[in-house]
Design a binder for this molecule. Sequence first.
Ligand code: SF4
Length: 284
Amino acid sequence: MSEFHNNLSYSQIDLFHQCPRKWTFKYIDKIDTEQKSIYLDYGSAVHKGLEFAFWELKDTNTLNKNEMMKTIADLSLDYAYGDKDGELKTLAIKDMERLLNYEGFYQKIKNKEIIGIEEEFNLVIPTMLCGENIDINIKGFIDLIYRDDDDKLVVVDHKTSKKKFDKNKRRNNLQIPIYFMAIFDKFGEYPKSGIYNFTKLNTFQESLFTEKITDEQNELMNKRNPKTIWAKGIKESKKEIIQTFKDMNNKKFRLTTNPSPLCYFCDYKAICTNASNWKPKEKK
Ligand code: SF4
């Protein structure tokens, strides 16, 4: 049996779509850059803080302000090295306060049944490559799953980024369709929607479930600022994941570079032969 790279995650798929060469440096050549990232550490700390608070809510039906603030204080040690003026800690406290008061996104989860927190999944998508039957395994964790008043499930992913997703990213992103498929495997039902909770920005974006995008839905989403976005359909998402898996296992395709302004932030730019020279403009 051939050795295929078939153990994936959503972040691997996303990275491969950004730049196949970058994905190869990380997952095939296994070049670890070991650079400490304040934003990654801050993101993990916020996720841990929310996980703690949601477990408490699930187990006791209450939120304990003192415990939540203590958790933030403890977790902020994880990223304090880059948070000299305490800006990130202030943002994390504001987010916890919104949760305590059920404001912004958290209004949605007030009095709802919490079904899963950091719910682990392993989605299996069978396919064929070079005449062999292969299972593509996509592993991950879903930050939060709750049941809404209409008895339908909703999946939530907490984001700590500085920017919301644009229309294109919301329409084409595979993260929420992967969660929909994983939920179907675990609970035997598709959620009605997936929500990105932007904790720093006090806002959220919702994508509705559909098996297949209809012409009518497509037309509505083509508007400049569409009110409603449907996540990519299940069939189309599976097709795209299978194609990505095949490209990942194509030795020539793996070496494809995708130079863009993102190269400036790429940990591998010093060893990449095709990195873009783009630099941010210096502030005057
Ligand atoms: S420097 Fe740019 S082209 Fe090279 S691996 Fe990184 S993102 Fe890809």
